[in-house]
Design a protein around this ligand. Structure first.
Ligand SMILES: NC(=O)c1ccc[n+]([C@@H]2O[C@H](COP(=O)([O-])OP(=O)(O)OC[C@H]3O[C@@H](n4cnc5c(N)ncnc54)[C@H](OP(=O)(O)O)[C@@H]3O)[C@@H](O)[C@H]2O)c1
Length: 318
């Protein structure tokens, strides 16, 4: 079995005092571990989550583990654009700098539901909520340069349990085709990857880098829409680990690498991948960066068009 890619220890002891980061979905899984590591390295992190009480619980757990930096919890519901706007204005009113935005939160294989603004839940939450958040925070990222944007994509941007990852511009919200939770997840994760590509092209020369990552198949609460996490974490755990599931600390390595490694500056817009399940078996071992097997990733017109459409959908001038 291949071993997960791990960050060089020196990267994880770099002093981050004076740096500010936002991690969406920081109350759980990969996001919580990301917040904890950045705080251990001395940074200030805004832990953004939809239920502040759960964020405070996550913060207390991290503080108990010992941190040098500071963590503040703030409410953000990515399935509600009014909440995204409120979060951004509150952040901008209280923080003069932002050195890293980790667009980490996500949902997977949800039932056919809509966000508050009427978007298909996975496209609306995973992509459009983060798209608007990023646009609203671009000015502060630019004044804080060098700064980075890291989007949590997935190997499922390529193929999710048999469904190809495709941006269907004629039916982004699954209104004309039958709803399929895995196809919708694949589309949303492809959107995360293309969003980073489009940002990298648009922000070239500003000192703000944007990349996307696949964290690996990680033991988190992401499965909760189709399996109780306790089942994954107990009875099934040995079997799933044998099949390739990794632990949250291992699954956070790619995010941390993308956020902190000097090497990333040479690969603006790239997709950084842990171990994964790809149709291209040569890509299974992952890579920092990795060439995605999905053909849409290699057509810059798709990323540009997605950016234009997303601006319109979230109510920003085209
Ligand atoms: N785990 C894997 O194997 C894997 C593989 C590939 C990619 N990823 C990606 O990794 C990222 C992190 O997921 P994870 O594995 O750490 O799963 P997780 O433990 O379920 O964390 C997901 C986070 O997203 C938050 N979230 C969901 N909907 C939200 C909303 N509307 N507004 C704000 N926050 C919301 C969740 O909040 P609540 O706690 O309130 O639900 C939670 O904090 C996701 O983008 C996922 O697609 C994970």
């Amino acid at each position: 079995m291949a071993k997960p890619l791990m960050c060089p220890p020196a990267l994880l002891s770099t002093d981050l005092a004076g740096k500010t980061y936002i991690v969406t979905g920081g109350n759980s899984g990969i996001g919580q571990v990301t917040v904890g590591q950045l705080a251990k390295q001395g940074a200030h992190i805004v832990l953004a989550c939809r239920r502040p009480a759960d964020g405070e619980r996550a913060k207390a757990e991290l503080v108990a583990q010992g941190i040098r930096g500071t963590i503040s919890v703030a409410e953000l519901d990515l399935a509600n654009l009014a909440s995204v706007r409120a979060f951004a204005s509150s952040f901008l009113a209280s923080h003069p700098t932002l050195h890293g935005l980790v667009n980490n939160a996500g949902v997977m294989n949800t039932p056919a539901t809509k966000t508050r603004d009427g978007f298909e839940t996975q496209f609306g939450t995973n992509h459009l909520g983060h798209f608007l958040l990023t646009e609203l925070l671009l000015p502060v990222l630019q004044v804080s340069a060098p700064a980075r944007i890291v989007n949590l994509s997935s190997c499922y941007h390529d193929k999710a349990l048999g469904r190809d990852g495709v941006i269907d511009f004629d039916d982004l919200q699954f209104e004309r085709r039958p709803y399929d939770g895995w196809a919708a997840y694949a589309q949303s994760k492809l959107a995360n990857l293309l969003h980073a590509q489009e940002l990298a092209a648009r922000l070239d020369g500003t000192g703000v880098l944007a990349v996307s990552v696949h964290p690996g198949w990680v033991r988190t609460n992401l499965v909760k829409t189709f399996m109780p996490p306790w089942l994954q974490n107990t009875v099934l755990r040995p079997l799933l680990q044998w099949q390739g599931m990794i632990e949250p600390w291992q699954g956070t390595q790619t995010t941390l690498y993308a956020l902190l490694s000097p090497d990333v500056a040479l690969h603006n817009g790239a997709f950084f991948s842990q171990l994964g399940i790809y149709r291209d078996k040569a890509a299974n071992k992952g890579g920092w960066p990795l060439r995605s097997p999905n053909p849409q990733v290699h057509d810059p017109a798709v990323a540009t068009r997605l950016g234009q459409v997303s601006r319109q959908l979230v109510g920003l001038a085209a």
